[in-house]
Design a protein around this ligand. Structure first.
Ligand code: SME
Length: 159
């Protein structure tokens, strides 16, 4: 495994195109799920420096906090609650340009202004989510969703 990431400047498409293969190389060398999810968060944090990047994993019909980078966060989220619980319930990517406009948004950090949440699917079932929060309004769009989906395909193989 490479000891250091090569961090790309410039357009976010170029940043994703640079970081995704590096993440692939990191997870290929390790079989432990938590170790891999932790390094995925760290790599995304280093490349993009978003406020909060983390995983919630479904345990006994709740989302429970998993590996993350950023400020401390809520540990448990019920199905259908907040953006994460909604992504889980609806099994779909949620892009929230302004969290104040999302009914039931769970404000783990008052600094969070926008977010994207992607479900982790395994055998047709949602087993967790990747949650990314930004201090900027309107940070995430379809391009983020597209590139992050590539990561989700990788993650779905290692969970
Ligand atoms: N924003 C999430 C809660 C988790 S924290 O932001 C880390 C939500 O409303 O689902």
């Amino acid at each position: 495994m490479a000891e250091e990431l090569v961090l790309q400047q410039g357009h976010k498409a170029e940043q994703y195109q640079s970081i995704i293969p590096q993440i692939q190389a990191i997870v290929e060398g390790e079989s432990d799920m938590i170790a891999n999810l932790a390094n995925i968060c760290a790599a995304l944090k280093q490349q993009f420096d978003w406020l909060w990047i983390g995983f919630y994993l479904v345990k006994q019909n709740e989302l429970v906090l998993g590996p993350f980078q950023g400020p401390i966060a809520c540990t448990r989220i019920a199905k259908g609650r907040g953006v994460c619980g909604t992504a889980w319930e609806q099994q779909q990517v949620m892009i929230v340009p302004d969290v104040d406009q999302f009914p039931g948004h769970i404000a783990c950090s008052s600094a969070s202004r926008s977010e994207i949440v992607l479900p982790i699917m395994k055998n047709g079932e949602c087993i967790g989510v990747l949650d990314i929060d930004s201090e900027e309004l309107n940070q995430f769009d379809e391009m983020d969703a597209e590139y992050l989906q590539q990561l989700m395909l990788m993650i779905e193989k290692i969970v």
